[in-house]
Design a protein around this ligand. Structure first.
Ligand SMILES: [Ca+2]
Ligand SMILES: [Ca+2]
Length: 210
């Protein structure tokens, strides 16, 4: 059984593995205050952090706002394209569920993003299906038992990172045993590029014999 603070990397994409130390170095150079298990920049996109542990939805939502990367405050991840879904799936890379910034607590069957720049945007409804983008596990969301109003990703044990709704608690049967969360930083691409370049430059400067 995997511990609550460890991250399974056995199936990590070699490219992603190579990117991690560069990002970490970039963070150090930038004096970033982000923390957590894994931080990756999506090429041409934002920066994402997978935080492991057991959190309720409201805890995850609150904690995401205490994370900063390059001076930018984080938010619970909002997944608005297949490319973003695939990237976040690769980042989490475990069989456990993770909270994302989605909920239908305000109106049953109307799923909205509840954090970040997409806060308030409806992405799926029971009546009409997908409005913008959604990646539900087949048959979900079904509002099972006493209600499932908060979005998790990776419900399919990490196969495609597909979504489900959960009650918002840390209940084991509803959260695949443990539930961390994914923070997204709206870092403009040039900033991400600068961090990459700074990291690469530092690697070159630190080569032995140079
Ligand atoms: Ca997003
Ligand atoms: Ca469900």
């Amino acid at each position: 059984m995997q511990g609550p603070t460890s991250v399974g990397r056995a199936n990590a994409n070699p490219l992603l593995k190579a990117v991690v130390p560069v990002i970490a170095l970039g963070l150090a150079l930038a004096g970033g205050s982000a923390r957590g298990s894994v931080i990756l920049a999506m090429p041409g996109g934002n920066v994402y952090e997978y935080v492991t542990g057991r959190y309720t939805f409201s805890e995850a939502l609150g904690e995401a706002h205490t994370h900063y990367y390059a001076g930018v405050q984080g938010h619970l991840v909002t997944i608005t394209s297949q490319a973003e879904q695939d990237f976040v799936h690769g980042l989490v890379n475990t069989s456990y569920a993770a909270w994302m910034g989605a909920s239908d607590a305000q109106e049953e069957g109307v799923w909205r993003w509840v954090d970040g720049p997409e806060a308030g945007v409806t992405f799926w409804t029971q009546a009409s299906g997908t409005v913008t983008f959604a990646a539900w596990t087949p048959g979900e969301p079904n509002n099972y038992r006493t209600g499932e109003n908060y979005g998790v990703l990776n419900w399919d044990y990490g196969v495609q990172g597909l979504w489900n709704g959960a009650p918002g608690t840390t209940s084991a049967w509803e959260t695949r045993g443990t539930v961390g969360y994914v923070v997204e930083y709206e870092v403009p691409e040039p900033v991400t590029g600068v961090l990459f370049c700074a990291g690469i430059a530092a690697v070159i400067l630190r080569r032995p014999g140079k």
